[in-house]
Design a protein around this ligand. Structure first.
Ligand code: A3P
Length: 317
């Protein structure tokens, strides 16, 4: 692949790939701690699916945190924010054997892999896939990658990459972390008529949260009241959720803060706010319009026109 299309984090940090049954799909295994990967894989292969759990399958930056919080609230029957971090139930990074002991079912397991590269057991439970328009995903992923660059040894090249340089890499490099967005979407969309799959669009959650949460409630058979659904919609609106999750993570660290002098407390607060800022950036629809030049937009649209498998997907821009 020519260099201008090669993703700075192309390939697998672990040297491992998740591969579909017939070997035709290979998705790089992305891990921030490669040493933990053998245990992650071993646990996944040994796992027996528990029908009281749900799986959330999302490509990065599609609103994973947003919908995970909503699904967890539906499972718990409460509009309080989850007091565990999503990452603890992320089967890609945290060994599921350990998470099962620490955080028993029912729960919302989550993954950034398309489900055909996961062991069979992870393809039979109730699964929600969230999709978002690819232009906003591209912008959101670009910023997240830049932030990840500071913690990921392979991604230092990202620090100097501007958005126009990133865009062709998002479109073309199948060896990018988690593969290309287009392959992910096309596969998950092909499952849309399976009775154990629900596809939700990020934009619908934003534009009509009540109806979309109700759809989740029905699919998950959680039987929550309209009143609770209303409370969940309010609690997970962007500004409230950003603030609420920050306060929650702060409360865990308050004990530390109490004993810290002002300077340390201040720096901890700053760190937490930065972390939150990475996950809860703008939370809107159409930020791509602030980043795409006319030429870049044309290139993207040309690409979308040639993407046969994406033609029937009703993205909202
Ligand atoms: P932006 O970068 O466009 O702001 P993920 O959780 O998959 O990493 O996705 C992150 C994206 O979802 C970010 O998009 C983030 O702001 C947005 N997001 C997170 N929580 C949200 C919420 N409660 N409402 C709307 N968008 C949310």
């Amino acid at each position: 692949m020519e260099n201008s299309k090669r993703h700075p984090m192309a390939g697998s940090i672990t040297g491992e790939y998740f591969v579909s049954d017939d070997g035709s799909v290979r998705v790089p295994a992305l891990m921030t701690r490669p040493a933990a990967f053998p245990k992650v894989r071993e646990d996944l292969v040994a796992y027996t699916w528990n029908d009281s759990d749900f799986l959330l399958a999302s490509y990065p930056k599609n609103g994973t945190n947003f919908i995970w919080e909503i699904m967890t609230m539906l499972v718990k029957g409460s509009a309080n924010y989850a007091n565990i971090v999503k990452g603890a139930l992320m089967i890609d990074i945290f060994p599921i054997g350990e998470s099962s002991q620490l955080f028993p079912s029912p729960r919302v397991l989550n993954t950034h892999y398309r489900t055909d590269v996961l062991p069979q057991e992870f393809r039979k439970g109730k699964t929600v896939a969230i999709l978002r328009n690819p232009k906003d995903v591209c912008v959101s992923w670009y910023y997240d990658m830049k932030n990840l660059a500071s913690i990921n040894s392979q991604s230092h090249l990202f620090e100097d990459m501007n958005f126009s340089q990133y865009l062709p890499r998002f479109l073309h490099d199948k060896d990018a972390p988690y593969g290309t967005y287009f392959d992910f979407v096309e596969y998950m969309w092909s499952l849309r008529n399976n009775s154990n799959i629900l596809i939700v669009f990020y934009e619908d959650l934003k534009l009509d949260p009540l109806a979309t949460i109700q759809k989740l409630n029905e699919f998950m058979e959680t039987n929550r009241s309209i009143d609770l659904i209303q409370q969940i919609a309010e609690a997970t609106s962007f500004d409230k959720m950003k603030e609420g999750k920050l306060l929650l993570s702060l409360s865990k660290d308050l004990i530390k803060l109490e004993h810290a002098d002002n300077e340390k407390g201040h720096s901890l607060l700053k760190q937490l706010k930065t972390r939150m800022g990475h996950i809860y950036r703008k939370g809107g629809i159409g930020d791509w319009k602030n980043h795409f030049t006319v030429a870049a937009n044309k290139k993207f649209d040309d690409f979308l026109r040639q993407w046969e498998g994406g033609k029937s997907i009703p993205f909202k821009y």
